[in-house]
Design a binder for this molecule. Structure first.
Ligand SMILES: NC(=O)c1ccc[n+]([C@@H]2O[C@H](COP(=O)([O-])OP(=O)(O)OC[C@H]3O[C@@H](n4cnc5c(N)ncnc54)[C@H](O)[C@@H]3O)[C@@H](O)[C@H]2O)c1
Length: 347
C-alpha cells in the first residue's frame, strides 16, 4: 500500500474563485503550497489576494488542455454551476461543466503525471431517504436534481482512474455555510442569518422537518487539505462524506438556533413547496481517518452578522448564485445585440 502524500508542491484548484475556493486557496498558500487557480471568475477577479505562490488562470474548464497541468502535483476540482436551480435552468452547461469537464480534468491530470485528484462532490446525491435512515458512503444514492445527477456521474467517471500512481478521492460535502470572500446567500444558514439580521425575518423552506447536513466553509476546505496529506493507500478510490453529526440539522430546529444566535427579535417566514430533499448522513468514515469538523451553525451566524454589520458583506444579485447567472446571461444577450467592432459606445 502506497503511503505517498501531497504535503508540498503545486495544487491546481479549478473554480478557485468561488465560495469554497476563496477560503481554500489562502489556506493552501499559508501551508506553503504553490497554487494555480483556474476559473472564469464569474463572481469577480478581485476576491483572491495576490501572493507570490499564486497563479490565476482565466480559462473555462471546458477548454482544459495538457498545458494547464504542467508541474501540477494534485488537483482539487471545485469547478461547477453550483446549485440546484442553476442546474435546472442551465442543464446542458451543468452536465458539460460539472460532469464532463471534471472527468476530463481528472484524465488530463493523470496523463500529465499528477499524483492526486480530489473531487468535491455533494451529499445532495443521497436525495430523499426514508425516515430514520442515516446514510453512509455505501448507501444507495437517490439524486433528485440535474445538479445532483451531474455530481454522481462525475464521481462515477473519475473513480475508475484510481491506481497505484494516481490517487482519486471523492468528498461528498454537506451543505456549506459561513463567511467567505465570494459570499453565497443562497445557502441555507447564510440566507437565514442575513434575513434574520437585516429584516428580523428568517426565511425557512417548508416544511422544516427535512434533515440536512451542514459544514462550515473553513472545515470543508480543511478536509480537502487533509485529503492531500492523507496517505495514498488509505484514501485512494474512496468516497468520504464531509460534515459532522453535530451539524446534522432538521431545518425547523436549525432556524430556531439561528434566530437565537442573532441579537434581535426574529420571526420565521416560510417559503417554497415542501422540500423533498431530506437526508441524514454519517460522517464516521472520515472521522475514523482522523479528520473532524470544528465549527457549528452558530459560528457561521455570528461571523456573517458581524461582516454585514461592518459593511464587508451584503446580499445582492452577485451573492445569490442563480440571480447572478441570470443577470450575466441577460446582459450577455443585450451586449451582443449592440456590440460592433468589439465595443459599444467607445470603439
Ligand atoms: N457550497 C456548497 O454548499 C456545496 C456543497 C456541496 C458541494 N459543493 C460543490 O463544491 C464546489 C464549489 O462550490 P462553491 O459553493 O464554491 O460554488 P461557487 O459557485 O461559489 O464556485 C464555483 C466557481 O467555479 C467557477 N466556474 C463555473 N463554471 C466554470 C467554468 N466552466 N470554467 C471555469 N470556471 C467556472 C465560477 O466562476 C466560480 O468561481 C462545486 O463543485 C459544488 O458543487 C458545494
Amino acid at each position: 500500500m502506497s503511503d505517498t502524500t501531497i504535503a508540498s508542491g503545486t495544487v491546481l484548484v479549478t473554480g478557485g474563485g468561488g465560495y469554497i475556493g476563496t477560503t481554500l486557496v489562502p489556506m493552501l498558500l499559508e501551508r506553503g503550497y504553490h497554487v494555480k487557480v483556474l476559473d472564469r471568475f464569474f463572481f469577480g477577479r478581485d476576491l483572491l489576494a495576490p501572493h507570490e505562490n499564486l497563479e490565476c488562470i482565466v480559462e473555462d474548464s471546458r477548454k482544459l488542455t495538457a498545458a494547464h497541468f504542467e508541474g501540477v502535483d494534485a488537483v482539487i476540482d471545485l469547478v461547477a454551476l453550483s446549485n440546484d436551480p442553476s442546474g435546472e435552468l442551465f442543464m446542458d452547461a451543468t452536465y458539460a461543466i460539472n460532469r464532463d469537464s471534471r472527468i476530463r480534468c481528472a484524465q488530463l491530470a493523470k496523463e500529465a503525471g499528477a499524483k492526486r485528484y480530489i473531487l468535491p462532490s455533494s451529499c445532495s446525491i443521497y436525495g430523499f431517504q426514508g425516515p430514520g435512515v442515516i446514510v453512509d458512503e455505501t448507501a444507495k444514492t437517490n439524486p433528485l436534481t440535474t445538479y445532483a445527477k451531474a455530481n454522481e456521474m462525475a464521481e462515477n467517471g473519475v473513480l475508475p482512474l484510481a491506481d497505484d500512481d494516481f490517487c482519486v478521492v471523492v468528498l461528498r460535502q454537506a451543505t456549506v455555510y459561513g463567511l467567505s470572500p465570494r459570499m453565497r446567500y443562497d445557502l441555507a444558514i447564510n440566507g437565514m442569518s442575513e434575513g434574520a439580521w437585516m429584516t428580523g425575518k428568517l426565511p425557512l423552506m417548508r416544511d422544516g422537518s427535512q434533515w440536512r447536513p451542514m459544514v462550515h466553509v473553513s472545515d470543508t476546505a480543511a478536509a480537502q487539505i487533509f485529503m492531500l496529506t492523507a496517505p495514498h493507500g488509505s484514501v485512494n478510490g474512496q468516497i468520504f462524506n464531509v460534515g459532522s453529526d453535530a451539524n446534522n440539522y432538521q431545518l425547523g430546529p436549525l432556524a430556531e438556533r439561528v434566530a437565537a444566535a442573532v441579537p434581535r427579535d426574529v420571526e420565521i417566514e416560510w417559503y417554497g413547496d415542501p422540500d423533498h430533499r431530506s437526508y441524514r448522513v454519517s460522517f464516521d468514515k472520515i472521522e475514523a481517518l482522523g479528520w473532524k469538523a470544528e465549527k457549528i451553525a452558530e459560528d457561521g451566524v455570528k461571523e456573517i452578522c458581524a461582516a454585514i454589520e461592518a459593511g464587508t458583506s451584503e446580499k445582492n444579485t452577485r451573492t445569490i448564485t442563480l440571480s447572478w447567472y441570470q443577470e450575466l446571461a441577460k446582459w450577455h444577450s443585450i451586449v451582443k445585440d449592440v456590440e460592433l467592432y468589439g465595443g459599444v459606445i467607445e470603439l
